[in-house]
Design a protein around this ligand. Sequence first.
Ligand code: IVH
Length: 669
Amino acid sequence: MSARQIRHPRIAALRRELDEHNYRYYVLDNPVIPDAEYDRLFRELQDLERQFPEQITPDSPTQRVGAAPASALATVVHHQAMLSLDNAFSEQQVVAFDRRICEALEVDSVVYSAEPKLDGLAVNLMYQQGRLVCAATRGDGQRGEDITHNIRTIHSVPLRLRGTDWPQQLEVRGEVFMPKAGFAAFNRQAQAQDERVFANPRNAAAGSLRQLDPEITRQRPLDVFCYGVGAYGGAALPDSHSALLMQLRDWGLKICPERQQLANIEQCLAYYRDLLQRRDALAYEIDGVVYKVDRLAWQRHLGHVARAPRWALAHKFPAQEKLTTVRAIEVQVGRTGALTPVARLEPVDVGGVTVTNATLHNLDEIRRKDVRVGDTVTVRRAGDVIPEIVAVLSERRPADSRLFTMPDHCPVCGSEVRRIDDEAVFRCMGGLFCAAQRRQALSHFVSRRALDIEGVGAKLIEQLVAGDWVRSPADLYRLDLATLTGLERMGEKSATKVLAAIAASKPTTLARFLYALGIREVGETTAQTLANAFGTLEAIMHADEATLQALPDIGPKVAQQVRAFFAEAHNREVIEQLQAVGVQWPEHQTQTLEPTLKGQTFVLTGTLDTLSRDQAKARLQALGAKVSSSVSKKTDYVVVGANPGSKLTQAQSLGVQIIDEAQLLRLLG
Ligand code: IVH
């Protein structure tokens, strides 16, 4: 046997692994490795196949684009192939792309159309005589799956084109995606009902589109942006890609509002940087930007190689998902004693930030994801949310991996740990005896929206608790200069300042005081509601659950926590002590304001000039209005400040009344 015929073991292993990941990605919509890791394996196989070309087989994952359709859905042949895009990961690669193009066209610079690279699922929408007759996934580029029944449930896909000047046969190419807000809401609901959650919006979009039952798809918040065409019925195309998109828009198809026509590649790079900065603020996920030579005649001249056009390039953003391993799982004790497991990770760079910890939320979550110490996991960091573990690669689990169990005693104070009734959380029963709870209760008490004591930071609290100088918030008011100057890094000057800040916090408001107490389920808004409704602390302390529940936005859970808090002798003692050391507030007049806005729903977007968002919200609520975070048909007013978000466009499309700050102030009297 000649050496040439010996199968390379790594090639075989890579093919098996890639096939498995392809299957999970395309068929199950449930990939377990990040795209970046898939790309790495794919490139490794490509490199090996370049070295050993005789070992390339037609069934190698490198020999096709994506995966063949594999489901009960019918197969659709695209009139024109759906191509893929070449990727660039650096500015140099982008500049090299532009240079190649300029050389091939013999010009000095090229006008581009730049668009976000949407992280969803590519679709082909076939219109005949202006009617949507078929919609398909990309599949292997030649043939995809028939998802017409599902696409028809997406409201932004026109079933009939506007106007009359469309080609008789028109293939529209676009991306179906699930906006971030819809994705979060969907997962929250799925989790509450113990149903399957999706790792990211793209999987959610793919999973939703590949349903056999359109009723399921209809309930998923999907949207579409169109970015190109395939077959064009032999009609004459416009001159440029930009003009083509405007044309599609006139026909009623939805175009991404972020797309721009740019004069040269430098502007493209500036566009990339700008979008990368704004990435988290966008309502949908993008994983880079796409540059396309704008002039269609030039696109035709440049043509394509294998699976990707020469005239387009995807400039990818740094990956938001990476692989790493779990070194340990530890528990943290929160302000209310809740034990939160945290995964300590092998440090890994995710999108430019080193990630070393990921929250695991609670024991149910750990069991659901089956995370064990020693596991290889995908971590995801999007925006400023806390990094989280998306999935475990069970095939890489070491034999000595360890199952996590909740400790039965608090790791900080040794008190008993209990899981109360059907709650997901375990709690340390130590209360303010537990140093962790005490520290955080104090941090909360001094925080800006509570008693706002400046200069008392986490470091100082740490020392005060460790030295047992402060056991309850009231002890703060009994500190003296000698005690403070005895602490590390505390000179006389700063100590004096701290004492002054503590003294200055004594006059406060009832709402702040209530919030500062750290009653579970009582945030700022609830504290304000209670203060407005009852006027005095006495009245709140004596209110029964039914009276509490009669208030807007106070349900049984909140009412029960308020009752339980004041029923605790220890808590009443702390309150007495605080009053004894001089913390005080003006007696409130119970809600003297007429609830003139009762029953009206407001949504705020953008920055107002004179009111902060919290102030606007509080004042609206004081008049009985409801302030919601999303626009719907039920919204009465959308208040628009500077740099409004997508809520403005939503309001416009739903015909909701839009007002500015001046009008709001008039409504508030
Ligand atoms: S154009 C011939 N434009 O990226 C050009 N694709 O990697 C074909 N995608 O399958 C695609 N946003 O799912 C184009 N603005 C955009 C895009 C975009 C996302 C996806 C699409 C395609 C994949 C190629």
